[in-house]
Write a protein that binds this ligand. Structure first.
Ligand SMILES: Cc1cc2nc3c(=O)[nH]c(=O)nc-3n(C[C@H](O)[C@H](O)[C@H](O)COP(=O)(O)O)c2cc1C
Length: 266
Protein backbone atom coordinates (compact mmCIF):
# COMPACT_ATOMS: atom_id res chain seq x y z
CA UNK A 1 0.00 0.00 0.00
CA UNK A 2 1.29 3.44 -0.85
CA UNK A 3 0.92 6.09 1.81
CA UNK A 4 0.51 9.59 0.51
CA UNK A 5 1.58 12.29 2.90
CA UNK A 6 -0.19 15.56 2.60
CA UNK A 7 2.40 18.28 2.11
CA UNK A 8 1.50 21.91 1.82
CA UNK A 9 3.77 24.12 -0.16
CA UNK A 10 4.05 27.82 0.54
CA UNK A 11 2.84 29.97 -2.33
CA UNK A 12 0.89 27.10 -3.85
CA UNK A 13 -2.44 28.05 -5.27
CA UNK A 14 -4.78 25.12 -5.76
CA UNK A 15 -7.86 25.16 -7.87
CA UNK A 16 -9.54 23.15 -5.13
CA UNK A 17 -7.31 23.16 -2.02
CA UNK A 18 -9.32 20.58 -0.05
CA UNK A 19 -8.67 17.76 -2.49
CA UNK A 20 -5.03 18.23 -3.48
CA UNK A 21 -2.43 15.95 -1.93
CA UNK A 22 1.26 16.39 -2.64
CA UNK A 23 3.95 13.81 -2.02
CA UNK A 24 7.61 14.45 -2.83
CA UNK A 25 7.60 15.15 -6.56
CA UNK A 26 4.07 13.90 -7.12
CA UNK A 27 0.68 15.47 -6.78
CA UNK A 28 -2.54 13.53 -6.50
CA UNK A 29 -5.99 14.91 -6.51
CA UNK A 30 -8.55 13.07 -4.44
CA UNK A 31 -12.23 13.63 -4.89
CA UNK A 32 -13.86 11.21 -2.46
CA UNK A 33 -11.96 7.98 -3.10
CA UNK A 34 -11.14 8.79 -6.70
CA UNK A 35 -7.63 9.86 -7.48
CA UNK A 36 -7.27 12.29 -10.31
CA UNK A 37 -4.32 13.70 -12.15
CA UNK A 38 -3.27 17.30 -11.83
CA UNK A 39 -0.61 19.56 -13.20
CA UNK A 40 1.58 21.88 -11.20
CA UNK A 41 3.01 24.90 -12.93
CA UNK A 42 5.04 27.87 -11.77
CA UNK A 43 3.27 31.12 -12.54
CA UNK A 44 6.23 33.42 -13.08
CA UNK A 45 4.10 36.56 -13.16
CA UNK A 46 2.07 35.88 -10.02
CA UNK A 47 5.07 34.09 -8.40
CA UNK A 48 3.29 31.03 -7.13
CA UNK A 49 2.63 27.43 -8.15
CA UNK A 50 -0.74 26.59 -9.60
CA UNK A 51 -2.35 23.15 -9.35
CA UNK A 52 -4.74 22.36 -12.14
CA UNK A 53 -6.88 19.19 -12.06
CA UNK A 54 -6.58 16.81 -15.01
CA UNK A 55 -7.45 13.08 -15.55
CA UNK A 56 -6.79 10.06 -13.26
CA UNK A 57 -3.49 8.72 -11.84
CA UNK A 58 -0.60 10.80 -10.63
CA UNK A 59 2.05 12.82 -12.42
CA UNK A 60 5.56 14.07 -11.76
CA UNK A 61 5.80 17.79 -11.25
CA UNK A 62 6.26 19.60 -14.52
CA UNK A 63 7.71 22.59 -12.68
CA UNK A 64 9.88 25.02 -14.54
CA UNK A 65 12.34 25.60 -11.75
CA UNK A 66 12.91 22.21 -10.09
CA UNK A 67 15.52 23.52 -7.66
CA UNK A 68 13.25 26.23 -6.39
CA UNK A 69 10.43 23.74 -6.05
CA UNK A 70 12.52 21.24 -4.06
CA UNK A 71 13.38 23.91 -1.53
CA UNK A 72 9.73 24.61 -1.02
CA UNK A 73 8.57 21.03 -1.06
CA UNK A 74 8.63 20.42 2.66
CA UNK A 75 5.48 20.83 4.63
CA UNK A 76 5.61 24.35 5.94
CA UNK A 77 2.15 24.53 7.33
CA UNK A 78 -0.56 22.16 8.49
CA UNK A 79 -4.00 22.77 7.08
CA UNK A 80 -7.17 21.83 8.95
CA UNK A 81 -10.31 20.64 7.17
CA UNK A 82 -12.43 22.77 9.50
CA UNK A 83 -11.39 25.99 11.23
CA UNK A 84 -9.66 25.37 14.60
CA UNK A 85 -7.43 27.35 16.97
CA UNK A 86 -4.02 28.13 15.42
CA UNK A 87 -1.99 26.77 18.36
CA UNK A 88 -3.45 23.28 17.90
CA UNK A 89 -2.17 23.14 14.33
CA UNK A 90 1.13 24.85 15.09
CA UNK A 91 2.12 22.39 17.82
CA UNK A 92 4.33 19.63 16.59
CA UNK A 93 7.06 17.53 18.15
CA UNK A 94 10.36 19.03 17.07
CA UNK A 95 13.51 17.02 17.68
CA UNK A 96 15.96 19.77 16.74
CA UNK A 97 17.18 21.44 19.94
CA UNK A 98 20.10 23.82 20.36
CA UNK A 99 21.41 22.69 23.76
CA UNK A 100 20.95 26.21 25.21
CA UNK A 101 19.51 26.28 28.71
CA UNK A 102 15.95 27.17 29.69
CA UNK A 103 15.48 29.16 32.90
CA UNK A 104 13.25 27.97 35.73
CA UNK A 105 10.89 30.94 35.28
CA UNK A 106 10.26 29.90 31.69
CA UNK A 107 9.93 26.27 32.70
CA UNK A 108 7.38 27.03 35.39
CA UNK A 109 5.10 28.61 32.79
CA UNK A 110 4.99 25.20 31.12
CA UNK A 111 4.18 23.33 34.33
CA UNK A 112 1.61 26.00 35.16
CA UNK A 113 -0.15 25.13 31.91
CA UNK A 114 -0.09 21.44 32.87
CA UNK A 115 -1.59 22.29 36.26
CA UNK A 116 -4.81 23.48 34.62
CA UNK A 117 -5.51 20.26 32.76
CA UNK A 118 -8.79 18.49 33.54
CA UNK A 119 -8.76 15.20 35.48
CA UNK A 120 -11.18 12.64 36.92
CA UNK A 121 -12.51 13.96 40.27
CA UNK A 122 -10.07 16.85 39.75
CA UNK A 123 -7.59 14.52 41.44
CA UNK A 124 -4.63 15.84 39.38
CA UNK A 125 -2.64 12.57 39.50
CA UNK A 126 0.26 13.92 37.38
CA UNK A 127 3.67 14.74 38.85
CA UNK A 128 6.64 16.19 36.98
CA UNK A 129 10.28 15.60 37.89
CA UNK A 130 12.59 17.82 35.87
CA UNK A 131 16.35 18.02 35.44
CA UNK A 132 18.55 20.60 33.72
CA UNK A 133 21.26 19.52 31.29
CA UNK A 134 24.52 19.28 33.22
CA UNK A 135 22.92 17.88 36.38
CA UNK A 136 23.41 14.33 37.62
CA UNK A 137 19.66 13.66 37.29
CA UNK A 138 19.59 14.81 33.63
CA UNK A 139 22.50 12.44 32.98
CA UNK A 140 20.66 9.60 34.72
CA UNK A 141 17.45 10.30 32.76
CA UNK A 142 19.43 10.49 29.52
CA UNK A 143 21.19 7.17 30.22
CA UNK A 144 17.79 5.42 30.39
CA UNK A 145 16.66 6.58 26.92
CA UNK A 146 16.65 4.20 23.96
CA UNK A 147 19.64 4.56 21.64
CA UNK A 148 17.36 6.12 19.02
CA UNK A 149 16.04 8.76 21.41
CA UNK A 150 19.59 9.50 22.62
CA UNK A 151 20.62 10.56 19.10
CA UNK A 152 18.46 13.69 19.25
CA UNK A 153 17.55 14.19 22.96
CA UNK A 154 21.26 14.80 23.72
CA UNK A 155 20.58 18.51 23.04
CA UNK A 156 17.56 18.79 25.34
CA UNK A 157 17.97 21.62 27.85
CA UNK A 158 15.60 19.89 30.23
CA UNK A 159 14.39 16.30 30.59
CA UNK A 160 11.12 15.86 32.42
CA UNK A 161 9.74 12.63 33.80
CA UNK A 162 5.93 12.61 33.82
CA UNK A 163 4.50 10.17 36.34
CA UNK A 164 0.94 9.57 37.49
CA UNK A 165 -0.54 8.37 40.78
CA UNK A 166 -2.64 5.23 40.36
CA UNK A 167 -4.63 5.61 43.58
CA UNK A 168 -7.03 8.51 44.07
CA UNK A 169 -6.12 11.11 46.67
CA UNK A 170 -9.77 11.93 47.37
CA UNK A 171 -10.31 8.29 48.37
CA UNK A 172 -7.15 6.33 49.20
CA UNK A 173 -9.07 3.03 48.88
CA UNK A 174 -9.92 3.51 45.22
CA UNK A 175 -7.70 2.89 42.24
CA UNK A 176 -7.92 5.68 39.66
CA UNK A 177 -8.65 4.06 36.29
CA UNK A 178 -7.91 7.38 34.55
CA UNK A 179 -4.40 8.08 35.83
CA UNK A 180 -2.85 7.61 32.41
CA UNK A 181 -5.62 9.42 30.55
CA UNK A 182 -5.23 12.40 32.90
CA UNK A 183 -1.44 12.45 32.53
CA UNK A 184 -2.04 12.60 28.76
CA UNK A 185 -4.15 15.71 29.09
CA UNK A 186 -1.43 17.31 31.21
CA UNK A 187 1.18 16.39 28.57
CA UNK A 188 -0.92 18.06 25.88
CA UNK A 189 -0.99 21.29 27.91
CA UNK A 190 2.80 21.07 28.30
CA UNK A 191 3.19 20.62 24.56
CA UNK A 192 0.84 23.45 23.62
CA UNK A 193 2.39 25.89 26.09
CA UNK A 194 5.95 25.00 25.08
CA UNK A 195 5.12 25.44 21.39
CA UNK A 196 3.40 28.75 22.11
CA UNK A 197 6.69 29.82 23.77
CA UNK A 198 8.59 28.75 20.66
CA UNK A 199 10.36 25.87 22.39
CA UNK A 200 11.00 22.42 20.95
CA UNK A 201 9.19 19.71 22.87
CA UNK A 202 8.76 15.99 22.29
CA UNK A 203 7.71 13.17 24.56
CA UNK A 204 9.27 9.73 24.64
CA UNK A 205 7.84 6.38 25.62
CA UNK A 206 11.12 4.57 24.98
CA UNK A 207 13.15 4.68 28.18
CA UNK A 208 14.07 2.23 30.93
CA UNK A 209 11.35 2.74 33.53
CA UNK A 210 12.72 0.19 36.00
CA UNK A 211 16.03 2.01 36.16
CA UNK A 212 14.43 5.45 36.71
CA UNK A 213 12.01 4.04 39.29
CA UNK A 214 14.88 2.52 41.21
CA UNK A 215 17.17 5.55 41.00
CA UNK A 216 14.46 8.00 42.13
CA UNK A 217 12.80 5.59 44.60
CA UNK A 218 9.37 5.96 42.97
CA UNK A 219 6.81 3.60 44.59
CA UNK A 220 4.83 0.97 42.64
CA UNK A 221 1.51 2.83 42.94
CA UNK A 222 2.94 5.56 40.70
CA UNK A 223 3.08 4.96 36.96
CA UNK A 224 6.03 6.20 34.91
CA UNK A 225 4.31 7.64 31.85
CA UNK A 226 6.74 9.43 29.52
CA UNK A 227 10.00 11.31 29.43
CA UNK A 228 9.70 14.79 27.91
CA UNK A 229 12.54 16.57 26.12
CA UNK A 230 12.42 20.36 26.10
CA UNK A 231 14.83 22.74 24.44
CA UNK A 232 15.36 25.94 22.54
CA UNK A 233 14.83 25.27 18.84
CA UNK A 234 17.93 23.92 17.14
CA UNK A 235 19.11 23.62 13.56
CA UNK A 236 17.65 20.80 11.52
CA UNK A 237 21.15 20.19 10.11
CA UNK A 238 22.35 19.13 13.55
CA UNK A 239 20.09 16.07 13.39
CA UNK A 240 21.14 12.85 11.63
CA UNK A 241 20.23 12.83 7.92
CA UNK A 242 17.53 10.24 8.65
CA UNK A 243 15.95 12.50 11.27
CA UNK A 244 16.29 15.63 9.13
CA UNK A 245 13.95 14.00 6.63
CA UNK A 246 11.37 13.49 9.38
CA UNK A 247 11.66 16.99 10.89
CA UNK A 248 8.41 18.50 9.68
CA UNK A 249 4.85 18.65 11.03
CA UNK A 250 3.11 15.36 10.36
CA UNK A 251 -0.35 15.02 8.90
CA UNK A 252 -3.40 13.32 10.37
CA UNK A 253 -6.04 10.77 9.34
CA UNK A 254 -9.06 12.34 7.69
CA UNK A 255 -12.10 13.00 9.91
CA UNK A 256 -14.10 10.23 8.18
CA UNK A 257 -11.66 7.66 9.59
CA UNK A 258 -12.01 8.77 13.19
CA UNK A 259 -15.52 10.20 13.58
CA UNK A 260 -18.60 8.02 13.15
CA UNK A 261 -22.17 9.15 13.31
CA UNK A 262 -24.52 6.83 15.23
CA UNK A 263 -22.49 3.63 14.79
CA UNK A 264 -19.10 1.97 15.22
CA UNK A 265 -17.08 1.47 12.06
CA UNK A 266 -13.80 -0.33 11.52
C1 LIG B 1 2.99 8.48 24.32
C2 LIG B 1 3.94 8.98 23.28
C3 LIG B 1 5.19 8.38 23.16
C4 LIG B 1 6.12 8.84 22.22
N1 LIG B 1 7.37 8.28 22.17
C5 LIG B 1 8.30 8.80 21.35
C6 LIG B 1 9.64 8.33 21.38
O1 LIG B 1 10.02 7.44 22.17
N2 LIG B 1 10.53 8.90 20.52
C7 LIG B 1 10.18 9.90 19.64
O2 LIG B 1 11.03 10.40 18.90
N3 LIG B 1 8.91 10.38 19.61
C8 LIG B 1 7.96 9.86 20.43
N4 LIG B 1 6.68 10.37 20.43
C9 LIG B 1 6.31 11.46 19.50
C10 LIG B 1 5.30 10.97 18.44
O3 LIG B 1 5.98 10.16 17.50
C11 LIG B 1 4.64 12.20 17.78
O4 LIG B 1 3.87 12.87 18.74
C12 LIG B 1 3.73 11.77 16.62
O5 LIG B 1 4.52 11.28 15.56
C13 LIG B 1 2.87 12.91 16.10
O6 LIG B 1 3.67 13.99 15.70
P1 LIG B 1 3.49 15.45 16.30
O7 LIG B 1 3.57 15.36 17.80
O8 LIG B 1 4.62 16.24 15.70
O9 LIG B 1 2.16 15.96 15.86
C14 LIG B 1 5.75 9.92 21.36
C15 LIG B 1 4.50 10.51 21.49
C16 LIG B 1 3.60 10.07 22.44
C17 LIG B 1 2.26 10.79 22.58
Amino acid sequence: MVTWYRLFIKDLVCINPEVVTIHKNKVILSAGTDLGKCIVAWDSIAHHYVVVPSEGGHVDFPVHNQEEFSKESVMSERVATYPIERIILDRWSRRAMSGESIGDQELMRIFEAARWAPSAHNDQPWRFIYAHKGSATWQMFFATLSDFNKTWAKNAAVLVLLVSKKIYEWNRELPNPYYSFDAGTAWQNVALQACAMNLSVRCMADFDRDKVRQDLGIPDDVSLEVMIALGKPGKKEDLSSQLQEREYPSDRKPLEEIVFKDKWKR
